[in-house]
Write a protein that binds this ligand. Structure first.
Ligand code: NAP
Length: 243
């Protein structure tokens, strides 16, 4: 295992993922830019390198078994391992999928990327993480995945548009996060879920009110937790989010 901390950020070619990669890079870490499109990936890597980040491209489509397996091989043989995995790649699943007017293919796409993609990548990377001195897994969830917030009385804490795709996919991602944290509780691998807040990116047509740098902050915090830090938690900048 290399002396330098090695991170992989999925969906790092733009938006919050790019800023997570940039933030981890300023710590002196080696950062794998996981992205499915070659041109977008290479231009993000070039931009990060121009800003002094030790970045390298990792071809990665989280919905594709072969792509994920190849990414794990690249990290093992090319980079020398993996210490921190940030599962950031996500899609909305066709925007609003209001009950009564649902495109099943869009719901399936949201689950495929936001949940199964995270499981696929985490499974592939776990053998590498187990060899690290301080491994961390950060799952980029959303506050709209909080059942407590979704079911709060109207006007109190309900967040996000009605959708049976995006929010529920993040709820399942939260449940998956807990399963990994439980399974790995006796190891040094800390696994947590993060909400970046409503951030101006392609995902929401840049309607978000936070900058991508602000959105990246919570994931960077969870990626850099001390060894006695929390695991199996769900956090935003302001603190713990109720499940
Ligand atoms: P974004 O700008 O749309 O970026 C999404 C990233 O995911 C892109 O790099 C995209 O790659 C990648 N991606 C999508 N499908 C992929 C796949 N199959 N394989 C690999 N990469 C894939 O959105 P963002 O706002 O930065 O979102 C980042 C994360 O934050 C997501 O998980 C999102 O749900 C979460 N989040 C965002 C907000 C917000 O307000 N923006 C709020 C809460 C949570 P391409 O460029 O190739 O499409």
């Amino acid at each position: 295992m290399s002396e330098q901390t090695i991170a992989l950020v999925t969906g790092a070619n733009k938006g919050i993922g790019y800023e997570i990669a940039a933030g981890l890079g300023t710590l002196g870490w080696q950062v794998g830019v996981g992205a499915r499109d070659e041109q977008r990936r290479e231009s993000a890597v070039a931009k990060l390198r121009a800003n002094g980040v030790d970045a390298f491209g990792v071809p990665l489509d989280v919905t594709d078994d072969a792509s994920v397996a190849a990414a794990a091989r690249l990290l093992e043989t090319g980079a020398g391992g993996l210490d921190v995995l940030v599962n950031n790649a996500g899609v909305t699943g066709g925007g609003r999928q209001r009950p009564g007017d649902v495109d099943l293919a869009a719901v399936r796409a949201a689950v495929d990327v936001n949940v199964i993609g995270v499981v696929r990548v985490t499974e592939a990377m776990l053998p590498l993480l187990r060899r690290s001195a301080s491994p961390r897994v950060v799952n980029m969830s959303s506050g709209v995945g909080s059942l407590a917030r979704q079911s709060a009385s109207a006007g109190e804490h309900q967040t996000g548009p009605l959708s049976v795709a995006y929010g529920p996919s993040k709820t399942m991602l939260n449940a998956v996060t807990i399963q990994y944290a439980r399974a790995l509780a006796r190891t040094n691998i800390l696994v947590n879920a993060a909400c970046p807040g409503f951030t101006a990116t392609d995902l929401n047509g840049f309607r978000g009110v936070r900058t991508p740098q602000q959105g990246a902050a919570i994931a960077i915090r969870l990626a850099t937790l001390p060894d006695d830090g929390p695991t199996g938690g769900y956090f935003e900048d302001a603190g713990v989010i109720p499940w």
